[in-house]
Design a protein around this ligand. Structure first.
Ligand code: ATP
Length: 678
């Protein structure tokens, strides 16, 4: 289909009563995005779609944004639609008249419920008894909200009837995308950051008809224009990092445009902010070079689960995960701890720390696997099976005051003086302040972290550190060419808390990095029957990276090392031969030239170590990013652990594979015939 132009729609004027933007319009955007790999086309399509909504039907903007991001609400609210394949199958067979057996056959052909529903319904067109009224964006979104809110006895039937109603009204291509939305796998590249960029642009050009504000003048010069848009994007990203919820962002934008966001951009208790992230360093040497002549602090890097704890003036507590999910009911023991840890002075706060499993008597740290044994929800406080201790490392808010712009030294001082330690339950991360000349002591500290079962250390700037002495022209050019050069730090280091940013002011030094191998978080998508002793298990396993632009999972390697027999057995149970987590049919969005014995449902993320990245004629991962003809693969992949804390959306991307690990490591891509190049 042709790209659409807001001008065409403006002429429709009165045909756009508020709230009536059709689902067909959204579908048109999905088709355009689906059919391209060009990021520019994706952004342009989204910008145009959003501009139409802003100018002609602002009420449909928020639902359209949610549907485009494949979500119905922020991660800390219940977003599960809970629609399994049986509901979809029943709804399709009942609305199209096709038999379940015929539907299964179509499904086996495509491996995608959306494609199957589309074909099933287009085959049965004559059965349609009445002319359907066009589906609106608002209607689809509101129905999804109702589906998510349905629970308890009889909920499956109620959900099915909602799904049926939607499928009856959907026509043509709408069916394909609606079905994918219902199973919460839209498969389009409108990933979250693209939507933010598109929103920033759209609001630079468009405003609602009755708006009391004006769009700022867009400069004529290309460079100035680029800066103008970059500034708008930065404002939106900053807002969204502090309040990651479109239900807040979109009304604020409609109300005052991008410029008004700056003032509205405040954190709030019980709304999680996106956490600040650490940058990888290869080893202590590299860290010391990076932070030459700086003051910094080294902290133990505990191996547990990150927790953001919010407490309001009434003492109400919320606990959020690294990925902003609400996990208060997982840690009732921490909730009960809050009144004891907040000193007299403290009324409200947001702090961050690592929850680690510990021995209840000695307080000795236990490995991550022990913590993974705790139930995820509704833990009974009188019967807690895994004792935990919270090791606090940051304070972002206290007594109504935001602390993000304060240097770490000041935040840490408040954290350590205003809260009360409770042995083996609440304490602070162990730390040592240092400069790069203290390297022998830092080495000792690193060793002591490892012997206390920590993963390594985090090294953080305590105060603002200006950029190093100006580089010579020649040095500047060299650095630009080789961004992985270890002494390439040229930017100042911020000691402020920067939500959602991975800066050099937080460095991770982990023990695994000493072995010159990095890790990737990959998705198991298929398996072969093992040989000999492993005949009853799956081995090797086919692993994939995620391509966020196309929504496909691209095969990257087979892995058969690092597994224990126990893990093999668990895996066979989870991915049973005819179980619900396996299938004989390849999914439409699996990109693999190899055909394993069974295909797995994409359910898990595994951390995989490897020795090298190689160009490969067999695997399609990152095809087109490094070479036009070959994909990338991993040499000597080795299973390290399941990443229970990561969802499929958080698995490593093809872009990261093509660019990411190589920046950090002196890794060469090894071509099959052993020619080496960077
Ligand atoms: P990332 O969270 O950086 O995307 P990741 O999930 O692979 O990457 P790691 O590489 O293990 O995580 O490192 C970051 C995590 O380390 C933090 O998210 C936090 O949970 C944990 N951590 C443990 N101790 C500390 C500490 N002292 N300061 C900051 N984070 C810490």
């Amino acid at each position: 289909p042709m790209a659409f132009n807001p001008g065409d729609y403006r002429n429709l004027g009165e045909n756009w009563p508020a709230g009536k933007a059709t689902y067909g319009l959204l579908t048109r955007a999905f088709i355009l995005v689906d059919g391209t790999r060009s990021r520019i086309t994706i952004v342009d399509t989204l910008v145009n779609l959003l501009r139409i909504m802003i100018e002609l039907d602002p009420a449909s903007l928020l639902p359209a944004v949610w549907l485009t991001t494949n979500d119905i609400g922020p991660p800390y609210e219940n977003n599960e639609l809970g629609i399994g394949s049986s509901i979809i199958t029943k709804a399709i067979t009942k609305t199209s008249g096709i038999t379940p057996a015929a539907l299964k056959k179509i499904y086996n052909k495509y491996g995608d419920p959306g494609d199957a529903a589309f074909e099933a319904k287009s085959k049965q067109r004559t059965l349609m008894m009445r002319k359907p009224t066009p589906l609106t964006i608002i209607n689809v979104y509101n129905t999804l909200i109702k589906i998510a809110a349905t629970s308890g006895k009889g909920s499956q039937d109620i959900k099915e009837s909602y799904v049926k109603r939607l499928l009856v009204e959907a026509k043509g291509e709408e069916i394909r995308y609606l079905t994918r939305t219902l199973i919460q796998h839209l498969r389009i590249g409108a990933v979250k950051t693209t939507v933010l960029i598109a929103l920033a642009r759209a609001f630079s050009f468009s405003r609602p008809q009755n708006a009391t504000w004006e769009c700022p003048q867009i400069p004529r010069e290309k460079d100035e224009q680029r800066e103008h848009f970059a500034r708008a994007e930065e404002i939106l990203k900053q807002y969204f990092a502090r309040r990651p919820n479109y239900n807040d962002l979109i009304p604020a934008l409609l109300h005052g445009g991008v410029d008004a966001l700056g003032e509205a951009c405040r954190m709030a208790i019980h709304i999680p902010l996106k956490p600040m992230l650490g940058s990888i360093t290869r080893d202590l040497e590299e860290m010391l070079v990076k932070l030459q002549d700086c003051d910094f602090t080294c902290e133990y890097k505990y191996d547990g689960q990150r927790a953001q704890i919010h407490c309001d003036e009434d003492g109400r507590v919320s606990i959020f995960s690294r990925h902003l999910e609400l996990m208060t009911s997982k840690y009732p023991d921490l909730v009960a701890l809050v009144p004891k840890i907040r000193g007299e002075y403290v009324t409200s706060f947001i702090l961050e720390g690592e929850v680690v499993a510990v021995d209840a008597v000695t307080g000795e740290l236990k490995p991550f696997q022990t913590l993974a044994g705790r139930e995820r929800k509704h833990v009974d406080i009188s019967n807690v099976s895994v004792t935990v201790c919270l090791f606090a490392f940051d304070l972002m808010y206290i007594n109504g005051q935001e602390l993000l712009s304060k240097p770490l030294r000041e935040r840490r001082n408040l954290l350590r003086t205003k809260f009360v330690e409770i042995p083996h339950a609440f304490t602070w991360v162990k730390y040592m302040d240092a400069t790069s000349s203290d390297s022998p002591t830092i080495r000792e500290f690193f060793k002591s972290a490892l012997s206390s079962k920590c993963e390594g250390i985090m090294v953080k700037a305590l105060n603002y550190i200006p950029a190093p002495f100006p580089a010579t022209m020649e040095e500047e050019q060299n650095t630009a060419k080789k961004p992985n050069k270890s002494n390439s730090r040229r930017k100042p280091l911020l000691a402020t808390y920067e939500p959602d940013k991975r800066l050099e002011s937080w460095l991770k030094v982990k023990k695994d990095y000493d072995s010159s191998a990095d890790t990737l978080d990959l998705i198991p998508i298929g398996g072969w029957h093992g040989q000999g002793r492993k005949a009853k298990w799956w081995s090797p396993i086919l692993l994939a990276v995620r391509n966020p632009t196309t929504g496909s999972l691209e095969a990257v390697c087979k892995c058969m090392s690092g597994f224990t027999d126990k893990h093999y057995a668990e895996m066979k149970k989870f991915y049973g031969e005819d179980g619900e987590n396996t299938s004989k049919t390849k999914k439409g969005y699996y990109d693999s030239a190899l055909t394993p014995k069974v295909w797995f449902e994409p359910k898990e993320v595994w951390e995989i170590a490897f020795a090298d990245i190689t160009l490969s004629p067999t695997y399609s991962a990152a095809l087109g990013l490094v070479s036009q003809e070959r994909g990338l693969s991993l040499r000597f992949p080795r299973f390290l652990r399941k990443r229970e804390d990561k969802s499929i959306e958080e698995a490593s991307t093809s872009e990261f594979l093509a660019g990411g690990p190589c920046w950090f490591f002196p890794l060469y891509l090894v071509v099959a015939d052993n020619h080496r190049f960077i």
